[in-house]
Design a protein. Structure first.
Length: 348
C-alpha cells in the first residue's frame, strides 16, 4: 500500500480560533504543537495518538530521544510496539504545556501581553478537545488507538468517555481514572508555596523579572525523587555525591525549558478530573498497565479500577509491569511491557 510521505519526527503546529473551554471562556486563538512518526495511509485510518505525561511533551516519541523519564522511543518507532512501519503516530503537546502549544507565556490576543497567571482554567476535556480539532484538521475521523502514560493516561481515558466512537482501543499506563480532589488541591498548593517564595515570582508575572529557575529545579528534583530516579542512577553510580549532582543536572536541564505557570495550569486541570462515573460510555478496548514500584499510581489501584471497568461493560485487560523504576518504568523498562502492548495493538 502506497503511503503519503510525512517526515519522521516531524514537528508541526496547528492553530484554531475561538476555542470554547468547558468553563464557557472563549480563547481567541489556540495553537497545538505536535510531532509525527511514520506515514499516514491514503485512507487516514492507521493513526495512533500518543498522549504525553505532565512534564514531558511531543519529544517523547523522538527516535533519538533520551531513554530517561518521559521517553517512549522504545515503544514508538519502526518495528516497535506502536510500529511506525504500519501506524502513523501523532503526539500533540497539551494545551497549557510548554512544548509548542498555547500556554501562559503566549501572548493573549485580547491584551497584547503574555497570559501569565491570567491563563484561563482548563480541564482535561479541554486538552483532548484541542486534539480532536487537530485530528479533524488532518482529516482523521477515527483512531486505531490512544496510548499514553501518567497524565497521558488521563487524556486517553477522557478521550474514551468524551468521544467513545473515535478509537478502537486505549492503553492507559501508570495512571488512574480519577485524581482525588484533595490530592489535586494539595499538589497545586505545594507548587504555589514553592514558587511564591521565589523573589522573582511576582504573582506569576516573572517573565521580565529574571524567571524562577532555582524554584523549578527544586520542584523538579522532588518530582524525580518521587518517580524513582535514584534507582535508575544507582545502575551506573555508587557515590552519593555523584548521584545528587546527576539529579540536579537532570532537574536543571528540564527546568530551563519548562514554564512554571504551565505546571500550575496542568495541575489545576486535574482538580476536576474524574471519569469513574462515565466508564459506561467507553466503547473501545482498554489495556490498563501499572508499575509494581510506582508510588504515584501503585498497583493496588487495579483492585478497584478493573472491577469498575468490568461492571461498566468495558472490554478491559490488565498488565502489571514488574519494574524497579517506579513511575518511570514505562519508558525505562519498555521491553517488559512492549510485547503486551504489541499484542493489544494486534487485537485492534
Amino acid at each position: 500500500m502506497r503511503m503519503t510521505e510525512i517526515p519522521a519526527a516531524d514537528a508541526k503546529t496547528f492553530t484554531t480560533s475561538d476555542f470554547r473551554l468547558r468553563s464557557g471562556t472563549v480563547m481567541p486563538s489556540v495553537t497545538v504543537g505536535y510531532r509525527t512518526l511514520g506515514n499516514l495511509s491514503p485512507n487516514r485510518d492507521n493513526v495512533v495518538l500518543i498522549t504525553h505525561g505532565n512534564t514531558s511533551g511531543p519529544q517523547m516519541i523522538d527516535p533519538g530521544g533520551s531513554t530517561g523519564e518521559g521517553s517512549w522511543n522504545e515503544i514508538v518507532g519502526p518495528g516497535k510496539a506502536v510500529d511506525t512501519d504500519r501506524f502513523f503516530a501523532i503526539c500533540p503537546n497539551m494545551l497549557g504545556s510548554s512544548y509548542g502549544s498555547t500556554n501562559a507565556a503566549s501572548i493573549d490576543p485580547n491584551t497584547g501581553r503574555r497570559y501569565g497567571p491570567r491563563f484561563p482554567d482548563i480541564t482535561v476535556s479541554d486538552i483532548v478537545g484541542t486534539q480532536r480539532l487537530l485530528l479533524e484538521h488532518l482529516g482523521i475521523e477515527r483512531l486505531v488507538a490512544i496510548v499514553g502514560p501518567s497524565y497521558g493516561g488521563f487524556q486517553a481515558l477522557q478521550w474514551a468517555v468524551d468521544y467513545p466512537d473515535a478509537m478502537r482501543g486505549i492503553a492507559a499506563v501508570v495512571t488512574a481514572p480519577l485524581v482525588p480532589r484533595e490530592r489535586a488541591d494539595g499538589n497545586v498548593a505545594r507548587l504555589l508555596a514553592t514558587l511564591s517564595n521565589d523573589p522573582n515570582w511576582n504573582g506569576g508575572d516573572y517573565y521580565d523579572t529574571g524567571g524562577v529557575l532555582e524554584s523549578m529545579i527544586q520542584i523538579r528534583t522532588a518530582t524525580l525523587m518521587t518517580y524513582g530516579i535514584e534507582t535508575r542512577l544507582r545502575d551506573t553510580m555508587s557515590n552519593p555525591g555523584q548521584i545528587e549532582a546527576a539529579i540536579r543536572d537532570e532537574a536543571a536541564r528540564w527546568a530551563a525549558g519548562f514554564d512554571a505557570n504551565s505546571l500550575l495550569i496542568l495541575a489545576k486541570a486535574l482538580r476536576s478530573f474524574d471519569v469513574t462515573a462515565q466508564l459506561g460510555k467507553i466503547r473501545s478496548k482498554v489495556l490498563y498497565v501499572l508499575s509494581r514500584t510506582d508510588r504515584l499510581f501503585p498497583p493496588e489501584l487495579a483492585a478497584s479500577v478493573m472491577p469498575a471497568l468490568e461492571a461498566a461493560g468495558v472490554d478491559a485487560d490488565y498488565f502489571l509491569l514488574d519494574s524497579d523504576y517506579g513511575h518511570s518504568a514505562s519508558g525505562l523498562d519498555a521491553h517488559k511491557w512492549a510485547p503486551r502492548l504489541r499484542q493489544f495493538m494486534e487485537s485492534l
